[in-house]
Design a protein around this ligand. Structure first.
Ligand code: FAD
Ligand code: NAG
Ligand code: NAG
Ligand code: NAG
Ligand code: NAG
Length: 806
């Protein structure tokens, strides 16, 4: 292994082998793969020599899926040539015709990495959903089932690929929500796994998993506690401390630093692992599995929302997109209602002080809040070297259209911008100060101890010695007092690293040990997905726990431009449009932001129509810009533990109001892109066609473009009309969320509609606190990192005082 100094690429950690997939039989797998292959059908012209080749696929799991003539979708040569010519015409440095032909003819399932990715992703699906899907696959493999669901007696896996593609298209339009949902899931699964694994995609698009001029910054040398000496895995080991903090994310890291600096003994436990700068950023596949919750994505039950959350040392701080915004005043007012006097700290200088402290510590210096919009003042927004192409689209077009927009440059401690499109997969430079780069190291300096790979099962209350495995057997009835059973620590399972210091080793190579951490105070900072689940598993009965889940659901829009957009250059989000942030007079609505262009993140949900269209769109990645309408949601969902696995389940459907807001946001983005001269715009809304500009140069923003207005009308109609079908809009139109909030809501209402009091203490208990984004009373509206840290600052300072007083 090269030393950190001489290395020119990150030292990517290995992944554990994927699950075998034995939850399904061979037939079920062949049906699934036959459909995934149809999403990405190999396309060739009639008479192409490849058709005659006897290419047998040995790598595939399902040997029944031999590559043969029926594996190709054949098209009239003139038609295919025309499509290729148009796609080549749309890129400045087009790949050669042969290269494109090879790319189009490629079959996804022939790449073992594609198959492994599919199995890894499916291992994150709940057992029940997997069983349901398995049942459907079996049905499709028989004649009667195939007839009912496809209109043909031929089992799906025996159909030629062009028929399978047609079946998927038909399913996308089915009047049965379940069928539409299944079609969407297959498309997203195929698209994600392919973008993550395909060498062909990298070749054709020029995307590289290794950033150009990669260089690792300095890493803090963490020392993590180890257990099970000499491989002893029996029994329970016990350690003792003043405060145990569950989770090392934005809430936990800040709490750790404050409590340790105040002189208390602190232990931070994190179920994920630490990856030093020399291993970052990771390639998409490794990054998704090792840095994120649930192998990369947690789908809501319906599955209308793809939920992303950090699950590694540093939590969401490690994979954040560097947007550091203060809590807006409107939201602070909402969070301090008159009938809850204790909440008034949020509108007081005390909360300003908390925000100042966390922003100062990180060197964050932002221009957006409380500054009049430059665009609104008619001043041409500052467009400088720090803007990405899509950042400029927002700023320049906002001026043309009279929208409000501002730059969103993140100041670093050194006063430099952070030009790194890869941070979603971990940041190599360590230029900016955050959870794993500064809060946790500062905590360590003050004596805090850390445990990685430690999954907390439950909080222990007096009388629970921690020996029973799983959830608490004794329940704690909901009580509105700030006293009650006393928390005395946590119990969980620790899984060591392997012999190579990695996390891929199996079996005996890794020590698994149950550990109890006894503490005077327990702080749960597992984030909004896990904190309520941990509380529930600890026996707490307050029905509010897990409710009030806000997600900032995001609708995507992508646009293609004549010029290269250099998607991975510059910061991920460098500007914002705020014209739509208050659509109901109560500060609900979307903020329009550029988004992360790591290919799997932007292409997982690219609306699918047919294989050729998708592959040619992916080829134009170097000309693509992605945006999100990040919607402050008025309405909410909930989180609860899966009865068998104990994993969080997300039950959330964007409400009609929030959906309408999101659609207006998506249309706002489309207008910005149109005014910037995009040659093609794709709204990630089911049943909408791309807007395609007919002529280069068309769309001078000073003139009305009736074709564009007609398209906007269609988008709105498609989005809103299909919402009339039960569950229709949600499942067909994907939302994503990187902001989970509110599931352990704070309140001064005696616990009527809250989980913690204004000190962060869990109602009806003693010694138990929550400090993370789950305490938000509702959605923050802005990206929540700073608000999360400010709450953690407030709660931890209060707790530090209380500990010192005793
Ligand atoms: C891709 C992405 C980009 C983002 N970019 C931004 C941005 O630019 N700006 C911004 O403001 N916000 C951003 N966010 C949101 C931000 O990261 C979160 O709002 C923030 O991290 C929330 O902090 P938290 O403490 O609530 O939870 P987290 O930071 O998620 O931390 C929770 C931690 O607890 C651990 N944990 C959970 N349960 C257990 C258990 N039982 N035992 C042990 N450990 C456990 C988890 O593994 C996790 O590491 C982004 C989020 C994502 C996913
Ligand atoms: C798709 O649906 C149309 C009618 O909506 C039908 O005519 C056609 O046969 C269907 N095709 C397949 C492959 O199911
Ligand atoms: C950035 O931070 C540095 C040091 O913290 C400060 O001197 C400088 O004024 C800041 N720049 C901006 C644009 O905020
Ligand atoms: C956010 O990510 C950047 C890298 O993009 C990192 O330097 C910074 O420390 C992170 N912020 C937090 C709060 O962890
Ligand atoms: C899908 O593609 C077909 C051509 O293959 C086209 O006629 C149709 O309009 C497209 N539909 C959408 C929603 O893009």
């Amino acid at each position: 292994m090269a030393s950190a100094k001489t290395r020119t690429a990150p030292d990517t950690p290995s992944l554990a082998p994927p699950p075998t997939g034995d939850w399904w039989d061979e037939t079920q797998w062949s049906v699934l793969l036959s459909l995934l292959d149809a999403v990405l059908a190999p396309v060739v012209a009639n008479g192409d020599a490849r058709i005659e080749q006897q290419k047998v696929n040995k790598a595939a799991v399902a040997d029944t899926l031999q590559f043969n003539r029926a594996s190709f979708k054949r098209m009239p040569k003139a038609e295919l040539d025309d499509a290729i010519a148009r796609a080549r015409n749309a890129v400045i440095n087009p790949p050669g015709n042969n290269e494109i032909a090879d790319y189009l003819a490629d079959r996804a399932s022939d790449n073992p990495k594609f198959l492994m990715g599919v199995r890894r992703t499916l291992s994150g699906v709940s057992a029940k959903d997997r069983a349901d899907l398995g049942g459907l696959l079996t049905t499709l493999s028989g004649r009667a089932g195939a007839l009912a669901l496809t209109g043909y007696c031929t089992p799906v896996q025996k159909q030629p690929v062009h028929v399978r593609e047609k079946i998927l298209q038909n399913w996308s339009n089915s009047w049965i929500p379940l069928i539409r949902k299944v079609a969407r899931s297959f498309q997203a699964l195929a698209q994600t796994s392919w973008v993550m694994s395909s060498p062909m995609f990298r070749q054709i698009s020029g995307f590289s998993d290794v950033p150009p001029n990669w260089k690792a910054g300095p890493s803090h040398e963490y020392e993590f506690l180890q257990f099970g000496k000499n491989g002893d895995t029996k029994g329970i080991e016990t350690i003792e401390t003043d405060v145990v903090i569950v989770g090392s994310g934005c809430g936990g890291a800040v709490a750790a630093k404050i409590l340790a600096t105040a002189g208390h003994r602190v232990v931070v436990v994190e179920k994920g692992y630490h990856y030093p700068q020399s291993q970052l950023p990771m390639p998409q596949n490794e990054g998704a599995r090792l840095l994120f919750e649930n192998n990369g994505v947690l789908a809501s039950t319906d599955p209308g929302v793809s939920v992303l959350a950090g699950a590694c040392w540093g939590g969401g701080g490690t994979i954040n997109w560097s947007v550091s915004l203060r809590t807006p005043d409107q939201v602070r007012k909402e969070w301090a209602p008159k009938d809850q006097p204790g909440m008034s700290f949020i509108t007081s200088p005390a909360f300003d002080a908390s925000m100042d402290r966390v922003c100062d510590f990180m060197g964050v210096n932002n221009v957006i809040e409380n500054t009049p919009s430059k665009a609104a003042e008619g001043v041409v927004a500052k467009v400088d070297d720090e803007q990405s192409h899509r950042g400029r689209v927002i700023l320049d077009s906002a001026v043309k259209l009279g929208f409000k927009a501002d730059t969103l440059l993140q100041n670093t401690s050194g006063g430099k911008p952070h030009d790194d499109g890869y941070c979603h997969l971990g940041c190599a430079s360590a230029e900016k100060l955050g959870t794993s780069v500064s809060w946790l190291p500062s905590a360590a300096e003050a004596g805090a101890q850390f445990i990685e790979g430690f999954h907390v099962e439950r909080v222990l209350f007096e009388g629970d010695d921690g020996t029973a495995v799983g959830a608490a057997t004794k329940s704690i009835p909901h009580s509105t007092s700030a006293s009650g059973p006393k928390a005395i620590g946590v119990v969980g399972t620790w899984l060591s690293r392997d012999n190579n210091g990695g996390v891929a080793g199996q079996g005996d190579e890794r020590i698994k040990k149950r550990v109890i951490i006894k503490a005077k105070k327990v702080v749960v900072s597992g984030g909004s997905l896990w904190s309520p689940v941990v509380l529930k598993k600890s026996g707490l009965q307050n029905p509010q726990i897990g409710k009030n889940l806000h997600l900032h659901p995001c609708n995507f829009v992508s646009a293609f431009f004549d010029e290269e957009t250099k998607p991975m250059d510059k910061g991920i989000i460098t500007s914002i449009c705020t014209s739509f942030e208050d659509l109901d007079g109560k500060y609900h609505g979307p903020r329009l932001e550029s988004t992360c262009m790591v290919p799997y993140a932007i292409m997982a949900n690219l609306p699918w129509n047919n294989s050729l269209d998708f592959k040619l769109a992916a080829m134009r990645y170097p000309h693509m810009d992605g945006f999100i309408a990040l919607t402050r949601d008025r309405d909410s969902g909930r989180v609860f533990p899966d009865a068998t696995t104990g994993q969080p389940i997300v039950d959330y459907q964007a409400s009609p109001l929030d959906r309408e807001h999101a659609v207006e946001g998506a249309i706002g983005i489309a207008r910005l892109c149109h005014a910037a001269g995009a040659n093609e715009i794709r709204a990630y809304i089911a049943h909408t066609k791309p807007f395609i500009r007919l002529a280069k140069g068309q769309g001078d923003s000073s003139k009305e473009d009736p074709l564009f207005e007609a398209w906007v009308k269609d988008v709105r109609a498609a989005a809103l009309s299909s919402s009339l079908l039960w569950g229709g809009w949600n499942v067909a139109t994907p939302f994503a969320s990187a902001h989970q909030m509110g599931t352990c809501r704070m309140g001064d209402d005696g616990g009527k509609a809250s989980v913690v009091n204004t000190k962060g203490q869990v109602w009806g208990t003693q010694g138990l606190y929550v400090a993370d984004a789950s305490v938000f009373p509702s959605a923050s509206g802005v990206n929540p990192m700073v608000t999360t840290m400010a709450f953690a600052d407030w709660i931890a300072n209060g707790l530090a005082e209380e500990l010192s007083a005793n």
